[in-house]
Design a protein around this ligand. Sequence first.
Ligand code: HEM
Length: 494
Amino acid sequence: MELGGAFTIFLALCLSCLFILIAWKQRSKGGKLPPGPTPIPFLGNLLQVSTDATFQSFMKLKEKYGPVFTVYMGPRPVVVLCGHEAVKEALVDKADDFSGRGELASIERNFQGYGVALANGERWRILRRFSLTILRDFGMGKRSIEERIQEEAGFLLEELRKTKGEPIDPTFFLSRTVSNVISSVVFGSRFDYEDKQFLKLLQMINESFIEMSTPWAQLYDMYSGVMQYLPGRHNRIYYLIEELKDFIASKVKVNEASLDPQNPRDFIDCFIIKMHQDKNNPNTEFNLKNLVLTTLNLFFAGTETVSSTLRYGMLLLLKYPEVEVKIHEEIDQVIGPHKIPSVDDRVKMPYTDAVIHEIQRLTDIVPMGVPHNVIRDTQFRGYLLPKGTDVFPLLGSVLKDPKYFRYPDAFYPQHFLDEQGRFRKNEAFVPFSSGKRICLGEAMARMELFLYFTSILQNFSLRSLVPPKDIDITPKVSGFGNIPPTYELCLMAR
Ligand code: HEM
């Protein structure tokens, strides 16, 4: 017993020394970090942060320390940016300095710095340029991607008609159709909605997004060094992502076996062709790891974000039926009952456009953004952030910045309309973030949101199973993502 006590004290002393050493190393690099709560040796700010969802605790710290402060995730200092001004100053005005990717510990084990979304330096630049070019050639921002969405929306409507107004949980109706759009770009074809493997993949993606947002993931983010060796729920996400990786690797094998270099069918083919061209370059970034993980980044990000936004959006329309009525009116005026909605209709539909913006603003799918990292010692608002410091741009605090939005916590489409009912931009609308790391799929996502919302509402009215006033729109889980509550609705043919 006594020996055990002495050992505990010895261990505590060692950990304190380690912590002081890290803090000292930080200071000796010349860093004067923004102020923040005093960390407890080794534990960092765990106690302050873990009692609430991380985002909420950060907002409380903002009240005390202002829009730029430092918290310790375990022994690691992280600078948090709140509100439009601070985030813009970092991500836009000092875009290059803040262009690194910070540690997303809960999935770093799977990615280890490979794949466009978690890469840094030259690797990131090369993969980002390549991905954007290929997505564009396959129709991103052009007509053909629009046609793919229109076609997929047609399949969705067919499925929804089959429900004959019976109650449904919209989750997998939406994720199957949205995922098929990015699938047709990266894998060259869509999946059948009845395909069991497809549904399993979507369930895994959905579960991963939820797992990334649980308190377990938060604990893992703080103490990955220790937690990765411990059993527990935090490991679930690792196995889920490994399975998704295996699926993509098997797709790559099929593509390799049937490749025609003159006729690339999809993103994977284009990447394999580049691998062949670069095969004598030992430093090339066009290797199997980057192929599998970049494809996974696109498939994952291209599925879950858009389908969660649609799902949350439909819930908001159930809660505010008067908004749905106005969208129906605009659809009837501009598109009519028979024409397939197209992106060109958007400029003629300011109200619908404003509602979609307001849905994205209020649902705030990625509230803390994806962590960034400063790629060199960086002066910021009188502080010196040493190279390698992680930075959280709290996108949720920008989307709800009271200086830019009159009723930050309300669903108020007029945030995006002027007095004449014309669409009005708002510079604090940043659900896709901003600067050099801005979402690579923004153009595609915006098209999808418009075409899916208009296609669904052109053909159906949404009916809630409970009175609108009883609909609770609080996220089911809030962490890395804001996960919409589970609900059912009926789609009544118009
Ligand atoms: C409503 C839909 C979407 C939202 C709200 C969203 C949001 C975001 C956010 C906040 C980031 C982090 C940006 C940063 O680091 O500052 C991001 C990055 C990214 N998104 Fe999206 N996204 C959406 C749809 C998509 C789609 C459809 C794709 C794929 C085609 C996609 C692919 C990516 C990729 C690859 C990155 C990493 C970019 C990089 O690190 O350079 N996203 N997204």
